[in-house]
Design a protein around this ligand. Structure first.
Ligand code: PA5
Length: 447
């Protein structure tokens, strides 16, 4: 079967061959940063070889624990934020039935999420919903000290404690965190939770192919080995010894940097399938946190088409011309459905009766692409044969690799996120966290 592929053929009118070659020729230098680990943030390159280095024992353990949890509870709450949450949700939503939450007799537990906001109503409603349900918790935090998941964990743990023995509560909590440091690790040791470690050299947003992503995905009933196999094949296809001409991750990174240099500062990830909504959320975090720094970076945005053609479509077609689009185009649907004939034909749809919805969706995609190109929006296309574990593994690795290369082209450290600290510092100062007294004094004068 065909692999994921990249189509840059629609960019010809937006830059010259020379402009593209200028950056492409620098690829060897960028490639060395990854190959020899000499670039910025080189202590966080563990994700590069993850698909082939993740120990078999770790996979067995993930499968074992997921089987136990699956047989025991109806719901699993995955607690985490940012890189500790988005990767697993992206894969689970992409692979799940669109209406899975309404199915009551599923073979696998429903996955719920918490710790990715501090909304009182969200947590109240979640706790109320879980009151009479059997549930387990997978709590994920690399640092083990992030406020949002810590609050959610405290509340959900108390909920478990209301109806279960301490021993059973501790069996229902799985912690994924640093191997030695952080409050979560300390608590896990104290309470004897089962734990998985997040490798030191893998940052949050690059951690979906560790237990961070794999355990929730396995609990949801999906094949993590296929996911890893796809990622492994993509790691080979984009490895440091593959030339630029054959390396789609390097080509995507260069194309987006050439466009950026020409004033196309906003990239919109487009899908035509609502199941990919969270892939876009994961992608936005990956690229936004990796590239948006030092007053530079492409702003990553996303839309779900055709839904958003009736809202954001106007801006994309006609608004400020600083946009380019990257379409994730899926070739095969899982199911087949034709548009029926109607004798009255009042809706005038009989001209497409007998056509599959996917054929209409494809024409919407093609028509929109041409319209946006005409509207001076460069369009990149990533083609996926179908949505399954294997191709999602390929896609994840492709985006991770391209992100690192692109960040190095931009001249930033793709693996840190110093900007995230600013809001935390202010929030702690406003809440009066011990150790933030000076900041509290300062911020009080500003409100
Ligand atoms: O990519 C990152 O490093 C961040 O988005 C983190 O994943 C996020 O802030 C959550 O951090 P932690 O896992 O330490 O709770």
């Amino acid at each position: 079967m065909k692999d994921i592929s990249l189509d840059l053929s629609n960019l010809q009118d937006f830059y010259s061959n020379n402009e593209f070659s200028l950056l492409a020729n620098k690829y060897d230098e960028i490639n060395q940063f990854l190959h020899n680990k000499t670039g910025k943030g080189n202590e966080f390159l563990g994700w590069l070889n993850l698909p082939s280095t993740i120990p078999g024992k770790e996979i067995d353990n993930i499968k074992l624990i997921s089987e136990e949890i699956k047989s025991k509870v109806d719901f699993v709450v995955v607690i985490g934020i940012g890189g500790s949450y988005l990767g697993s949700r992206a894969v689970i939503e992409a692979l799940s039935n669109n209406f899975h939450q309404y199915k009551t007799n599923g073979k696998f537990p429903q996955i719920l999420y918490a710790g990715q906001n501090i909304s009182e109503d969200y947590m109240y409603e979640l706790l109320s919903f879980l009151k009479d349900k059997s549930f387990a918790i997978v709590v994920i935090s690399k640092s083990g000290t992030t406020t949002e998941p810590a609050i959610a964990f405290r509340l959900l743990k108390k909920e478990l404690e209301k109806s279960l023995s301490t021993d059973e509560v501790n069996k229902r909590i799985i912690a994924i965190t640093d191997k030695s440091k952080g409050a979560l690790k300390q608590l896990a040791n104290q309470e004897n939770y089962r734990t998985f470690n997040i490798p030191d050299d893998v940052g949050g947003r690059f951690s979906v192919l560790t237990a961070v992503g794999l355990l929730p995905i396995a609990i949801a009933g999906f094949d993590i080995e296929k996911l890893l196999e796809g990622a492994k094949d993509m790691s080979k296809a984009t490895s440091t010894d593959v030339s630029f001409e054959n390396n789609i991750a390097a080509q995507y990174a260069v194309a987006r940097n050439v466009l950026y240099n020409k004033g196309k500062t906003n990239e919109i990830l487009v899908n035509y399938n609502p199941k990919l909504h969270y892939i876009a959320e994961w992608w936005k975090q990956l690229y936004g946190e990796s590239e948006g720094k030092d007053n530079k970076g492409i702003f990553p945005a996303s839309v779900n088409f055709t839904t958003d053609l009736h809202s954001m479509g106007q801006y994309i077609q006609d608004g400020l011309r600083n946009l380019f689009e990257t379409i994730i185009s899926v070739n095969e649907t899982k199911y087949k459905l034709e548009i029926p004939t109607d004798n009255d034909n009042l809706d005038k749809l009989n001209y497409i009766a007998g056509k599959r919805l996917s054929a209409v969706n494809k024409m919407a995609e093609l028509g929109t692409k041409i319209a946006h190109l005409d509207g001076n929006v460069p369009v990149i296309r990533i083609e996926i044969p179908e949505i399954n574990e294997y191709f999602l593994g390929q896609l994840i690795y492709f985006f991770e690799k391209a992100c690192a290369i692109s960040g190095y082209y931009l001249g930033v450290n793709p693996f840190d996120q110093p900007g995230v600290e600013a809001y935390k510092k202010n929030m702690f100062a406003l809440l009066g966290k011990p150790g933030f007294e000076e900041e509290t004094e300062k911020i009080k004068k500003r409100i």
